[in-house]
Write a protein that binds this ligand. Sequence first.
Ligand code: PLP
Length: 540
Amino acid sequence: MSNKSTLPTVAYFSMEYAIDVSMRTYAGGLGILAGDYLKGAKDYNYPLIGIGIKWKQGYTDQFVDKDNKVYDSYKNYDYNHLKDTKVKVKVKIYDQDVTCKVWLLEKFNTAPLYLLDTDLPENDNRWITANLYGGFEDSRLAQEIVLGIGGIKTLRALNIKVDIYHFNEGHALFAGFELIREKMETGLSFNEAVKKSREEIVFTTHTPIIEGNESHSIMRMLSIGANNGFTIEELASLGGVPFNMTVGALRLSKISNAVAQLHKETANDMWKNIKNRSNIIGITNAIHIKTWVDPDMIKAAEDFNKTELWNNHIKNKKKLMAFVKERTGIQLKEDSLLIGFSRRAAPYKRSNLIFKNSNIIDPLLNEGKIQIVFSGKAHPLDDTGKHIIEELVSFSKKYPNSVVFLQNYDMEIGRILTQGSDVWLNNPRRPLEASGTSGMKAAMNGVLNLSILDGWWPEACKDGINGWQFGDGMESDDTEFIDKHDSDALYEVLTHKVIPTFYSDRDKWISMMKESILSTKDYFSVKRMLEEYYSKMYEK
Ligand SMILES: *Cc1c(COP(=O)(O)O)cnc(C)c1O
């Protein structure tokens, strides 16, 4: 793959891109993946461009008030690193023309990223691109029309020749609808156009949580115009009834991928009853190292300089401690084991698992044997998620010197926490974590993973050598049973392995840090991921 000029040109469609903390175009892991991918494409000179949306208010700024209540806050953001391409395209929503202005990101060293924006005086519907994941049904459909149909029109208006259209998640599916419509305009039937379009579409599926795979009422789709001229039967032949975006994308792609090897099994099983779908292969996620990893840590690991490795880690731990002090007033201890945990607040991620048995956890926290820094956001419309955050905040009040909650999780917190913690805790209910990338950031920074064998970790874990597993890959539908099983396993590994190694065998700890870095830095680099996407998904 040395001559990149012969590679197919790829248009990557994603609802979100995490490029920089100052850009309000992301919510979480999906955006982190997309942003890292575009940066890698730029670094390694791949012919790839991104299509996304310029979210005026971004996702949510989320805080907790004096009474422990989570609240969301929105403001309009300035994007002063975007160039006006002078291109405008039109899409139809409720039979009305909506104009989308096209901006080009010019900073932060990414592959070209075009962002669509409906916040224009000529639009009645200026709100469409206001809030990322801000609404359900009609407002989400409108956003997806802008991304998909507007995105294809943007490529045509800019005269960019594309070989492959890559949909990151089902949100981008309407781009496929527009490809079909274009072909029908040249005289093809719907079925012929589907067949031809499929040859140029690839799809990445993400969440194994069934509700996370968006579906829409076909009647709503018709009324808003998301059918793009197709009949009810034609729509149903792709996405079923109700219309499932993931199912539609699985049927409208030549090949699909899951985002880790275990997720490949989960996804194939999850969609096994869907006929006429593309095959789902596994391409494990990866990260853009320059964005997330302290280069001094990689260098010290490569030189196997134990003193440097430890001193650099302490430098990063002190940065995290200073950050915590500034945000919360709490002074953490440099000598005490620091556990980091930041996740979207969703029940399957089990943020509270470590608190399950207070007989075990109370003394560890009260005596300062461990300290835990949490962060995370709930979706603004998710009361269960907000309750999880409120519970974490109440734990931080119960253990005021050893449990911290950092409000308003973002890329900056993500970076500081995955560089400055000693241990990175991850305890989803298996197999519901598709991949996870925060653990990769941690691993390459010499922060030891302590994780359930879910997502990417089964591919990387050498237990007791580059981190730890707990739970032995056990799965059960009985949540009470599995939560008890996994929390017992967590306590066992924490008290018998992690804590003794940290306090009594520093030499082994530092060797594990080195192993953690060296065993992950190549395979979980976005460079490998790009090579796999090009060779397994994009090339004929
Ligand atoms: C890395 C990162 C994520 C993704 O991490 P997961 O392991 O999938 O939870 C999400 N949000 C932010 C801000 C991050 O930095």
